[in-house]
Design a protein around this ligand. Structure first.
Ligand code: PAF
Length: 274
């Protein structure tokens, strides 16, 4: 595995690569969820590039940019063992210059749910993903379904800008109790982790309701909110189509049920695709 920290080093390292390139963008603190993306990229491509970059432009004022877990040595080991060919770990000044040209998230889809709670977050996310996709020359790029709105917006960017890359959605990875894996889970103590399970429980309850024939979005959301009592604060429960339009009734094969809630320090998100 080659570790590169500058854009020039990355371009040089890519010169030696042949065949398809699978790319996994990350902000580090790699866990089993990231590993599953890397393994899929490994299985489906001749070469694998992983980036580790805590992107400042997608954090809002007062969010956890400084506290975001950074584990370079462990991340390097995980990538090495997973058979990654190039690990790209740039500094901020490699990625950004002052007075940058910016792309923005779409006016509606980019500013509801996560985009409403974290205005500007998706602008910064799309900006860095555009850079990383261009830099990696990826044939395929792998994104988790846990960040469902991020995934939908990245797919839209690739479509709108005619970018020559296939975006591959990957399943949510959970721990044995059902908690969706996230680097921010590290902020929770055991009691908070136990309470955090109410997110996945609320999604299971919703799925059960749909399976027993209840399709009304308001009824399902109300029941989910009851299950979410153990969270410190529920930010939203939403039922949307795969392209993030609010749904009044669940449409089988075209629905995502999402939840965002605070439990202890972290703000957690989870969802299920129906
Ligand atoms: O999902 C993430 O970890 C980040 O948003 C991403 C895609 C690496 C961009 O910084």
């Amino acid at each position: 595995m080659v570790i590169v920290r500058t854009v020039e080093e990355l371009q040089k390292a890519k010169e030696g690569l042949e065949g398809s390139i699978g790319f996994v963008p990350t902000m580090g603190a790699l866990h089993q969820g990231h590993l599953s993306l890397i393994q899929r990229a490994r299985d489906e491509n001749d070469q694998v590039i992983v980036s580790v970059f805590v992107n400042p432009t997608q954090f809002l004022e007062g969010e956890d940019l400084d506290a975001y877990p950074r584990r370079e040595a462990a991340d390097t080991q995980i990538c090495e063992r997973a058979g990654v060919d190039i690990l790209f770990m740039p500094t901020i000044d490699q990625m950004y210059e002052p007075d940058e040209l910016c792309i923005g998230a779409p006016a509606i889809r980019g500013y509801i749910l996560e985009g409403e709670k974290r205005p500007g977050h998706f602008d910064g996310m799309l900006q860095v993903v555009m850079k990383l996709l261009n830099l990696s020359s990826a044939t395929r790029a792998y994104f988790g379904k846990k960040d469902a709105q991020q995934l939908a917006l990245v797919m839209q960017m690739v479509r709108n800008y005619f970018m020559p890359v296939e975006i591959v959605p990957c399943e949510i990875i959970r721990d044995e109790k059902g908690l969706a894996l996230s680097s921010r889970n590290a902020y929770m103590n055991a009691e908070e982790k136990r309470r955090a399970l109410c997110l996945s429980r609320s999604l299971k309850r919703a799925t059960k309701m749909v399976m027993s024939g209840e399709f009304d979005a308001e009824t399902i959301k109300k029941e989910m909110n009851d299950v979410l009592q153990e969270a410190d604060q529920v930010e939203y429960v939403a039922i949307v189509s795969r392209d993030f339009k609010q749904l009044e009734r669940v449409e089988i094969g075209n629905t995502i049920i999402l939840v965002a809630a605070w439990v202890g320090k972290p703000r957690l998100i989870d969802n299920i695709w129906i």
